[in-house]
Design a protein around this ligand. Structure first.
Ligand SMILES: Cc1nc(NNC(=O)[C@H](CC2CCCC2)CN(O)CO)c(F)c(N2CCN3CCOC[C@@H]3C2)n1
Ligand code: NI
Length: 183
């Protein structure tokens, strides 16, 4: 099982690499790794398991964070229709997005960042994502709100981007009024 010991922290070069696409169909090893990433999210969201193994809770995880520079992400959250999303995805790609942006009122954190970084992280309010599931099915997801933010945070990791790269240093809390979509 993945624990915090397997999660690399800022400063590790892999976090700044562009991850490699996974050639499909994925190998057994790639499937096992992606499955273990979903399992991390499940464990981390269970209070007892998280306490027992010292896991920081997560709603998303990207393979570079466990030092696997491949385009693989896991997400476990709810979408804007309160549909439960528990997915392991290969080669996720944002194929279209809104101009409108949003951000998490409380800012963002990262399992690979052991410090608080204040400031708004601008994200597209709505995105359309194409990916291949663990089971090998190509899917298209239309996401908005919190789930859209999670996916953008994870896909950024596949491009070597950390959430704080997106905070406007000169004006970290720039939006005087939160956009209507603020979460
Ligand atoms: C917002 C939040 N961030 C948590 N952690 N950070 C992460 O997931 C990082 C990714 C998220 C940071 C902002 C957007 C994506 C991990 N990242 O580094 C991967 O790249 C949470 F854990 C969390 N929730 C709310 C839902 N709750 C359900 C019950 O279980 C506990 C869980 C806690 N919400
Ligand atoms: Ni992260």
């Amino acid at each position: 099982m993945i624990t915090m010991d397997d999660i690399i922290r800022e400063g590790h070069p892999t976090l700044r690499k562009i991850a490699d696409p996974v050639s499909l169909p994925a190998s057994k090893e790639e499937q096992d790794i992606l499955r273990s990433m979903v399992e991390y999210l499940i464990n981390s969201q269970d209070e007892d398991t998280a306490a027992q193994y010292g896991l920081r809770p997560g709603v998303g995880l990207a393979a570079p964070q466990i030092n696997v520079s491949k385009k693989m992400i896991a997400v476990r959250t709810f979408d804007h229709n309160d549909e439960f999303l528990e997915l392991g995805l290969f080669n996720p790609k944002i194929i279209s997005h809104s101009e409108e942006t949003t951000y998490l009122e409380s800012g963002e954190g990262c399992l690979s960042v052991d410090r608080m970084v204040e400031g708004e992280v601008p994200r597209y309010a709505r995105i359309k994502v194409k990916a291949t599931t663990l089971e090998g099915e190509e899917i298209t997801l239309r996401l908005k709100g919190f789930a859209a933010i999670v996916f953008q945070h994870e896909i950024d990791h596949l491009n070597g981007i950390m959430f704080y790269d997106r905070i406007d240093k000169s004006d970290p809390f720039k939006e005087p009024l939160p956009p209507k979509e603020v979460i």
